[in-house]
Design a binder for this molecule. Sequence first.
Ligand code: TEU
Ligand code: CA
Length: 558
Amino acid sequence: MPEVTHHLPQAAVLPRKWWHSATVYQIYPRSFADSNGDGIGDIPGIISKLDYLEKLGIDVIWLSPIFTSPMDDNGYDISDYQDIAPEFGTLEDFDRLLTTAKERGIGILLDLVVNHTSDEHAWFIEARKSRDNPFRDFYVWRDPAEDGGVPSPLQSNFGGPAWTLDEATGQYYLHLFSRRQPDLNWENPKVRAEVYRMMNWWLDRGIAGFRMDVIDLIGKQVDAGITSDGAHLHDYLQEMNRETFGHRDVLTVGETWSVTPSSALLYSGRDRGELSMVFQFEHVTQRWDETFGKWRSKPFDLVGLKAALTKWQHALAADGWNSLFWGNHDLPRAVSRYGDDRHFPLQSAKTLATVLHLMKGTPYIYQGEEIGMTNVPFERIAEYRDIETLNMYRLNIEAGLSEENFIKGANENSRDNARTPMQWSDGPQAGFTSGEPWIAVNGNYRQINAHAALADENSVFHHHAKLIALRKRHDVIVYGRYQSFLDQHPDVFVYTRTLEGERVTVIASFSGKPLDLEVPTELETQGEALVWNYGPVSEVRGSMTLQPYESFAVLTRG
Ligand code: TEU
Ligand code: CA
């Protein structure tokens, strides 16, 4: 993945980076492939699927956490940053993954979870021993309020107060997630130095970069009630960049739920010395209720979705860089959320891929998305495993919600939708494990599985492979200027990308019915059919009838 240093002649004065034309594939190790029958995915399992990923054509794997952990939050609670959880394998397994992936031109991104550790991390075990322990200041401690209660009204993202009393030392510690995920104190320079040392240890091993968990929270100013975007956030990121990856050619992507178009330029502006890019979530939260968040969702609204995505295409048009994604391990399945997994699973999954992969930015595919995996219709709370879902269940039932209603919401939005085992075949347990999986397999694996997808040249898999390859072949897809059309049209998503006399025109229907589209004259074009999901289309003109979820892209030169 060499860096090409020449500059593009046109408006795109961005120095080229290898990750501009790369596609990232996210693996949630627990649910990807189990090599030893214990029901839990592992690193040898991932190695056995590298040929599959090479066929897909991806350049980078983002591995959700594989480090030693009590697994209160499936590894986002780390007790040793420099070792591998035994259920996932060993450091030798990891090094083997690194080399075998590299042989296929695939780099590995590790998940950097440094807003908090596990309560079983040695630092926290020390810190809670006494108020004057040398590690005390690695975490955020406050005295009880006058009535003995919590120091402030801060709430945990998983529900309930963000403070837990440590009985032995009589102070509360902060946890913006579960009580088993105490927040690190980034104001302490020793904490920062330890984190940088650990990052360099992994970088020296040859990883391709980091995905940074809730990185917008590390500058928190607890006493001011500020969690995201604290005063020193960008100082810390610049320091991290200088001390670790700044002089290495790697990809860094921050998870930033709070990011705005202007702060995105702080994170990813080319002269900022911070990150390659961040994940923004406006197209995700656009469907959430203002008060109740994701547990009460709004109906699908294409106009709003287009507005959110278009806004970000414009925001980072000249500087900064976008990450493009529909799903991840925290979100519902793309085809269930934005497409129609019941009536048009194949066509809508392909259309979602086309629309996403032809935008400007680095596309991320979440495992299973490339075969059109769907949300899981669990019927009982006992089938769920996710700590957030289980916490919310308890709180909602206490507040008077019926189990039935909660399950309805969870079917739509629980993080477990994304965490059921990868569907490899129509064999037992979808080929994920020879044992009992840690979470049930989605019953639709007999139709939706990788084996069937590979064999069918019209599959969602081959459609993704094509889009990934197109990005490598056409600069206009990587750097072209984005322009949207028909913003108020409720059923079609239309945009163009232009670069040096080349233009890609993307037209996509999000309707389950055939639809007549009057093509605006400024969009008329004739060229090469690049990608489609019904038949090839090389001319855009006049009145066109689009089939349900039909989409296509045309490349015009000169
Ligand atoms: O997620 C951050 C986060 O805020 C999520 O909990 C989010 O609010 C929720 O899932 C939306 O559905 C990151 C990780 O991606 C997540 O898996 C971890 O649980 C969390 O941080 C704590 O590390
Ligand atoms: Ca295993």
